[in-house]
Design a protein around this ligand. Sequence first.
Ligand code: HBI
Length: 96
Amino acid sequence: MIEPLSEEERADALDALPDWDYDEARDAISRRLTFADFSEAFAFMARVALLAEKMDHHPEWSNVYNRVDITLTTHDAGGLSTRDVVMAEAIDTIAA
Ligand code: HBI
């Protein structure tokens, strides 16, 4: 069982992830990323896909041309867990 973040842990995590929006209804975080073109967007997605497999933690995401919308939540925890925070930080690094 993966434990969900506590209120305090979540507040601290959100403070450290300014580019992510919190979805209270789902206890999830989302970010929209825009790239130069589809090729750049897909290259980003390929890197995140490899990370997801390595972490055994997978984003909910969609891609329209140069735009990638990502939502992170931990299904096994019913909300945000440390896995989502680690993945969001890694995504921010890849996208930087
Ligand atoms: N990805 N976002 C997310 N949430 C999960 O709970 C999850 C996952 N990827 C794989 C995974 N869980 C494994 O634990 C499988 O057992 C489902």
